[in-house]
Design a protein around this ligand. Structure first.
Ligand code: APR
Length: 175
């Protein structure tokens, strides 16, 4: 199947998805926070934080993996998105790297179904239209080289995020 046939946009709560892996929009400490990070840790239970402590942090743009603990998902891939500083500090490349690194790590763990939140578009202030375009474009490019990943969901927590993804999708990812 073509990469875009393996991608879908959904609205919902990522902590409820029974996929192989959900992706967490974490911070460099990996010790939890608010937003989707807080929701994932609450739903997974304290064992997730113990696993994360052992990882010793994660640089922006990279990804780390833990078990899913109390979540329906088997794995959690923690990635650290860029804080938006106006666009002149490599933020776009760092955000693309989050999606690429997460999918590369997923393939190494034989993960076939994976769900992403809208990384960096909440507390980190990344403009949502740009973030959706980057997310769709980078995942489409990465999937071309990762045939074993057969379903990627972009999970939108609210309708405005869903609309942005739908418009970016209609324009064709990086369009
Ligand atoms: N399911 C899916 N998406 C969610 C959920 C959820 N349960 N909760 C929040 N979101 C969405 C937000 O609405 C937003 O669209 O996740 C997206 C990312 O927002 P944040 O969680 O604020 O993540 P980010 O902008 O990457 O900021 C990360 O915030 O929580 C802290 O520890 C985290 O320091 C890190 C920073």
């Amino acid at each position: 199947m073509s990469p875009r046939d393996r991608m879908r946009i959904v609205q919902g709560d990522i902590t409820r998805l029974a996929v192989d892996a959900i992706v967490n929009a974490a911070n460099t400490t990996l010790l939890g926070g608010g937003g989707v990070d807080g929701a994932i840790h609450r739903a997974a239970g304290p064992g997730l934080l113990e696993d994360c402590r052992a990882l010793g942090g994660c640089p922006t743009g990279e990804a780390r993996i833990t078990g899913g603990h109390g979540l329906p998902a088997k794995w959690v891939i923690h990635t650290v998105g860029p804080v938006w500083k106006g666009g002149g500090h490599g933020e776009r490349d760092q955000l693309a790297s989050c999606y690429r690194s997460s999918l590369t790590l997923a393939a190494r763990h034989a993960i076939a179904t994976i769900a992403f939140p809208a990384i960096s578009t909440g507390a980190y202030g990344f403009p949502i239209e740009d973030a959706c375009r980057i997310a769709l474009g980078e995942v489409e490019r990465s999937l071309a080289a990762l045939p074993a990943i057969h379903d990627v969901s972009f999970v939108c927590f609210d309708a405005s995020t869903l609309d942005c993804y739908a418009m970016a999708w209609a324009r064709g990812g990086d369009g």
